[in-house]
Unconditional design. Structure first.
Ligand SMILES: C[S@@+](CC[C@H](N)C(=O)[O-])C[C@H]1O[C@@H](n2cnc3c(N)ncnc32)[C@H](O)[C@@H]1O
Length: 248
């Protein structure tokens, strides 16, 4: 099992990335959604909508939202689909606290949403428990990504779907140069403005640059045993949705 420092992509003990990411999201949980919205120039909602559409969720489905944070994906699903149940999971309790307040406010719109502290690298559910697994901006923060993908495959039913939204690499060089400059200067500036924690957002930019590009991540999904791996670029490849299925 190889674990990496998610800020550099280099081999490192898992605890380094796990403790850092839990500390970051505990610190910014209350401002997280506002930061996302402004720093993506309002694109976050469009991208989440695209993720929900690509997951192709049916009314009888049991859905697991991995690294679900404050529930952006989960509540997006509640708005557009009507699955039997959604388990909203994350390993930072402070993010789930925000999600629970949203449930109290009615954001789950009558859909059964259960919240649960879960490490994606060690999912505490039986094999074949879910029809669909979603994950947005989670896999990049995980030090043993292969283990997390294998865990997701294990808890999916045969023929189940995983849909993953993550920042990625614009293939067109001028777009890539612009994006890298934004990650280096723009994102830390937004982070400082909304949370006063500039360094956490330097991490965000570094982790995005260290994350595999579209094709490399598609290959990882195949290596984890998924089939029908497809991806769709968003905003010139600044973000990307990968979908895949488990075999029958
Ligand atoms: C950028 S947030 C994304 C939250 C949500 N999916 C969204 O789209 O707004 C990343 C989340 O990944 C969670 N996370 C990081 N490592 C994790 C792990 N090993 N297992 C589960 N969640 C993890 C963090 O706690 C954080 O809430």
């Amino acid at each position: 099992m190889t674990t990496i420092d998610t800020a550099t992509g280099r081999e490192a003990p898992a605890e380094l990335s796990e403790e850092r990411v839990r500390d970051i999201f505990t610190g910014i949980a209350g401002q997280y959604e506002k930061f996302n919205h402004f720093s993506s120039f309002g694109q976050d909602r469009r991208w989440l909508r695209a993720l929900v559409e690509s997951a192709n969720i049916k009314p009888t489905d049991c859905v697991l939202d991995v690294a679900g944070g404050t529930g952006e994906v989960t509540f997006g699903i509640c708005k557009r689909c009507n699955p039997a149940v959604i388990v909203l999971s994350d390993f930072t309790p402070a993010m789930l606290d925000v999600a629970r307040k949203r449930i109290e406010r009615g954001d789950s719109r009558g859909v059964v949403v259960e919240t649960c502290v879960v490490d994606a690298q060690d999912i505490p559910f039986e094999d074949a428990s879910f029809d669909v697994v979603t994950m947005a901006y989670g896999i990049r923060n995980i030090p043993d990504r292969m283990r997390a993908l294998q865990e997701i495959r294990r808890v999916l039913v045969p023929g189940g779907t995983v849909a993953i939204l993550e920042f990625s690499t614009p293939p067109f060089p001028p777009a890539r140069a612009f994006y890298n400059a934004y990650l280096k200067w723009g994102i830390p500036a937004w982070g400082q403005h909304f949370t006063g924690r500039r360094d956490d957002f330097v991490y965000l930019g570094n982790s995005i640059k260290a994350f595999p590009d579209q094709l490399s991540f598609a290959r990882m999904l195949e290596q984890a045993g998924f089939q029908n791996v497809k991806f769709k670029n968003l905003a010139f490849g600044a973000a990307c949705i990968h979908t895949a299925r488990t075999g029958q």
